[in-house]
Design a protein around this ligand. Structure first.
Ligand code: SAM
Length: 336
């Protein structure tokens, strides 16, 4: 079964990530906060909007593959910190935090992940709304079942429900695809569909920020030599300092269900061309020690930086910036 669709996986996933990387916030929080500030700054330079901000269209941020909503939570936490501290956003861009209505939309193919995202984010939404008069108008967070390859079409057809503007001029200011979720797009057709959806959805001044994990990134033309793929990736993994983290079973205590523990068993990895299949068992252990096993898997595709930039260009987008992280690289894209 595709791991993300298993109802036990969302909590186990969060606990596993925390086990591997600590409690966060992670290295991408600053990257996405800067991207968000950049969008607000671009709006703030449009004089007529500064003068009548309340009448303006919402700023819409789409988080693709939102999982359990971590990136949306990081952005909301940033807004909350900056406004409560009286510094940051408003001073940085010369406009009040809620000068424009803010819309955050988490897009995710898995129902169980999305339910957890909604549940985990709700207290933060309530907290940030307390900062705004007319709270619901100024801040709305919505969760949309969908994929990178169809998010724009789905969002357009639900524009009213998502309280975003759909007037033919694009629906989104910032698209985020975080934490290597992009690697789950396992063929060129899916990548092309994602880029076309992003191109179609972007408003004027809109941006896309995509993370590709170093583990699955090949810089040069090495991809042509299929037999070297495995060794390139091994080297990437070692160079990026990412241990698979799962040489031994990892036991994770549930917080939602006291007395229950999850066991994340080591992965078995295999290759089909450029696509890696990662299969593992998830054990769910009850109070009496009975263990239920789920056989789970996901797939990740290798990306060649060269092919990626060609696909970006073919979709009438261009690379504005490339940002190097510890375990991933982010590409910032805009319309050509
Ligand atoms: C590595 S997790 C990252 C979750 C979250 N963005 C975070 O940073 O914590 C990847 C997410 O991408 C989702 N995903 C898988 N295939 C996808 C697709 N085709 N389009 C959008 N998201 C996808 C998975 O269900 C999963 O929630």
């Amino acid at each position: 079964m595709a791991a993300y669709h298993n109802p036990h996986w969302p909590e186990a996933y969060d606990l596993w990530v925390e086990h591997l990387f600590g409690p966060g916030p992670y290295e991408d929080a600053a990257v996405f906060r800067n991207a968000f500030h950049g969008i607000i700054r671009a709006r703030g330079t449009r004089r007529e909007e500064q003068e009548t901000p309340a009448t303006n269209e919402p700023i819409a941020v789409f988080d693709l593959g939102t999982g359990t909503g971590r990136v949306v939570q990081d952005l909301l936490a940033g807004i909350s910190r900056e406004s409560e501290g009286g510094s940051g956003l408003s001073n940085a861009v010369g406009a009040p935090v809620f000068a424009w209505p803010l819309r955050f939309i988490g897009v995710e193919p898995s129902g169980p992940m999305l339910s957890r995202a909604e549940r985990r984010t709700a207290p933060l939404v309530a907290r940030v709304r307390q900062l705004a008069d007319d709270a619901k108008t100024r801040l709305d967070v919505a969760w949309l079942r969908g994929e990178a390859s169809d998010f724009a079409d789905r969002a357009e057809s639900k524009a009213a429900e998502l309280s975003i503007l759909h007037d033919g001029g694009g629906i989104v200011d910032l698209v985020i695809f975080a934490a290597g979720g992009f690697g789950h797009l396992v063929d060129d057709a899916e990548v092309k569909a994602f880029l076309e959806q992003a191109r179609k959805a972007l408003k004027r001044n809109g941006r896309v920020t995509v993370s590709i994990l170093h583990e699955f990134l090949v810089e040069e033309d090495e991809l042509d030599e299929a037999q070297t793929v495995g060794s390139i990736l091994e080297a990437n993994r070692a160079g990026a300092g990412v241990g698979s983290g799962d040489a031994e079973p990892i036991r994770l205590k549930s917080l939602d269900h006291p007395g229950i523990a999850y066991v994340r068993y080591p992965s078995k990895k295999s290759w089909d061309g450029e696509v890696q299949r990662d299969e593992f068992e998830l054990g769910v252990v009850d109070q009496n020690g009975n263990e239920l096993y789920h056989e789970l898997e996901w797939k990740n595709r290798i990306t060649s930086a060269r092919q990626w930039s060609e696909l970006v260009s073919a979709a009438e987008l261009k690379i504005l910036e490339r940002i190097e992280g510890t375990i991933q690289t982010w590409w910032v894209l805009e319309r050509k």
